[in-house]
Design a protein around this ligand. Structure first.
Ligand SMILES: Nc1ncnc2c1ncn2[C@@H]1O[C@H](COP(=O)(O)OP(=O)(O)O)[C@@H](O)[C@H]1O
Ligand SMILES: [Mg+2]
Length: 270
């Protein structure tokens, strides 16, 4: 990790972030911090405001209200400082369809003015780890979801950023790729980097995160380490119940399951 790449301050400090889309309040007074050497998970159901938060952190979307700082820099007003320090794996890949991964990575290397030899070594080890070699010269348009995701991860970390921001990075990946990506994240943390990632899947957040912020309707409804979250709802041992309770879906799910049982009950052995 290049120390000079870091500014002053934590990888992410988000304070009172709000984002409206017309009448929709996508993010509602959200505050959280991601520290160096830490992986912080934004966990929440679909529509909770995870992607909107990730976009505000990355400088892709201005907040309606509140501030976010990345190593002390403002993503909207200091985009170059911030983009140099963030490796973003977006939810919907912004890849160039007609390029091959090799061309795409060369393009990034040139616009970011990176050292070609450095990049070559990094890309080669990532390609080997992801078993991506046979797709290196195929048009991105022809790649499967999983292979695009691999290209997206490689593209995000080509410049060795101290902060990784990944929006639902594990969705649709096979077990081997999940394992390799988890290892990449762990190596990044060992190197003192910070990670923000989002997921709607509890097990993923639980297995990876130092701290989790559970968000629902744009609001932080619970935050802490996995153990602290368990402590918060002592009566319920399983994190799943804590999660569903935090987002107020437990009663609703129970009702839905009851209705399903009524509708689907039959006797297959008859
Ligand atoms: N560009 C947009 N225009 C209008 N509404 C949006 C836009 N982006 C997100 N939203 C709304 O904001 C809310 C949060 O969305 P999002 O941040 O994508 O949630 P998540 O990533 O947690 O599923 C949702 O209600 C969504 O419909
Ligand atoms: Mg999303």
């Amino acid at each position: 990790m290049n120390e000079a790449m870091k500014g002053n301050g934590a990888p992410i400090v988000a304070h009172d972030l709000v984002r409206h889309f017309g009448k929709t309040v996508a993010v509602d007074h959200l505050s959280f911090e991601v520290r160096s050497g830490e992986i912080y998970g934004l966990l929440g159901p679909n529509g909770a405001g995870k992607t909107t938060t990730v976009k505000m952190v990355s400088g892709l979307l201005p907040p309606t209200q509140g501030q976010v700082e990345v190593f002390g820099f403002d993503p909207m007003n200091q985009p170059i400082e911030v983009k140099n320090r963030i490796g973003l794996v977006p939810e919907d890949h912004i890849l160039y369809e007609s390029l091959t991964p090799r061309e795409f990575f060369n393009f990034i290397t040139s616009i970011r003015q990176l050292d070609e030899q450095d990049v070559k070594t990094r890309v080669k080890s990532l390609i080997d780890a992801f078993e991506f070699g046979e797709y290196f010269d195929k048009p991105i348009a022809a790649l499967s979801h999983g292979n695009r995701q691999k290209a997206s991860v490689i593209a995000a970390i080509i410049h060795d950023p101290p902060l990784l921001v990944l929006d639902e990075p594990f969705s649709g990946l096979d077990a081997r790729t999940v394992r390799v990506l988890k290892d990449i994240l762990n190596i990044h943390l060992e190197n003192g980097g910070g990670i923000l990632f989002s997921s709607h899947i509890l097990e993923v957040a639980e297995s990876l995160c130092d701290r989790i912020g559970i968000i629902d309707d744009g609001k932080m409804v619970a935050e802490g380490t996995v153990d602290e979250l368990r402590e918060m709802v002592k009566a319920h041992g399983s994190l799943e119940e804590i999660f569903l309770r935090a987002v107020q879906q437990d009663a609703e799910v129970a009702e839905t399951v009851q209705a399903l049982r009524k509708a689907l009950t039959k006797n297959y052995t008859r």
